[in-house]
Design a protein around this ligand. Structure first.
Ligand SMILES: [Zn+2]
Length: 321
């Protein structure tokens, strides 16, 4: 992904192309429920809903029941949503961990798990470590906006790969589906964490509201999970990110028609930088010179309907020599 160096303000900056090499974008759903837990549709009906919507892959992530079985109709990533609580004094704070694997997980098909109830973060950490197995398998923190998981808990937790920055089910139920401030807080604290968008569909009208576009060599579980682990994807509720790269010290993004493209940098002195046309005409492209004071760079593309696409962060330390 990293290539020759360019120059930015006298600094040497490596080129970076997350969506390059042999491959293409595959569209997928990482978080959905069926009648196996608290969803409204059967596994077959849920698969049919994503096939009908044109998805390339999906995960079946029922609570406390592991799924690792393929389908002839769509690529299936194995998965489960693991529920637990962490105690804060008298309070028990929810945390829900989205588990995603491609066949090397320690859990078998239909294995069931009791609800986790942790006295301290160390037991939650043991759960993360057991599943991720040194990074082979992926854990994302589901809808922290809903669980109200404390920031210091996810600052303390190690080894999770992503947080859900958009959850369609929670958005439709409560209109609180976005988790953006905590994402930037984690990034500013130095955590390397990606942002995902999902449906978390429990009802038949909750499909196809938030999804992933993954740049992978092919549509196999292995290639998709490798690309997810490496951050070769964007998350969206509508707009497309067609290009996203650093070349000659400048971050370039091209998108479907948008009202704003906004760049976050992690520099405490620089508010997010918005690109737009004062005439109100749509914007399709933005570029942001890489600056040494930035910790990371990520962009949000916001369309006329206020739907959003989220790039993954580029860390400045990865662009340095
Ligand atoms: Zn869920």
């Amino acid at each position: 992904m990293y290539e020759k160096k360019g120059q930015s303000g006298g600094q040497e900056v490596k080129d970076f192309h997350p969506f390059s090499g042999e491959g293409q974008f595959y569209r997928g759903a990482l978080h959905t429920h069926t009648l196996r837990s608290d969803g409204a549709l059967s596994v077959e009906e849920t698969i049919a809903a994503y096939v009908a919507a044109g998805y390339d892959f999906m995960a079946i992530t029922d609570h406390q029941r592991y799924w690792r079985k393929s389908s002839p109709d769509i690529t299936i990533l194995n998965g489960m949503e693991m529920n637990g609580t962490i105690r804060h004094g008298e309070a028990k704070v929810w945390h829900h961990l989205l588990c995603i694997g491609a066949g090397e997980e320690p859990y078998r098909h239909e294995q069931e798990f009791p609800m986790g109830d942790f006295d301290d973060i160390a037991l939650a950490q043991a759960q993360v470590d057991a599943f991720t197995d040194g990074g082979k398998n992926l854990i994302a923190i589901a809808y922290p906006e809903w669980t109200q998981m404390a920031l210091d808990d996810y600052e303390a937790l190690e080894g999770f790969w992503a947080i859900e920055v958009f959850n369609n089910g929670i958005f439709l139920d409560k209109e609180i589906g976005y988790t953006l401030g905590p994402w930037d807080a984690l990034l500013k604290s130095g955590k390397r964490v990606y942002g995902i968008a999902s449906d978390d569909a429990h009802q038949s009208d909750q499909f196809d509201g938030g999804w992933m576009m993954v740049w992978a060599a092919d549509n196999s579980p292995r290639a998709l999970t490798d690309a997810l682990r490496e951050g070769r994807f964007y998350a969206t509720t509508g707009p497309s990110i067609e290009s996203f790269y650093v070349k000659d010290g400048v971050l370039v993004v091209r998108s479907s028609p948008c009202r704003r493209i906004v760049c976050y940098t992690g520099d405490a002195e620089i508010p997010p930088i918005a690109t737009y046309n004062v005439s109100g005409a749509p914007v399709y492209e933005a570029s942001y010179p890489v600056k040494a004071s930035y910790r990371y760079m990520r962009v949000q593309c916001v369309d006329e309907d206020y739907q959003m696409a989220f790039s993954q962060p580029i860390w400045l330390e990865d662009l340095a020599d």
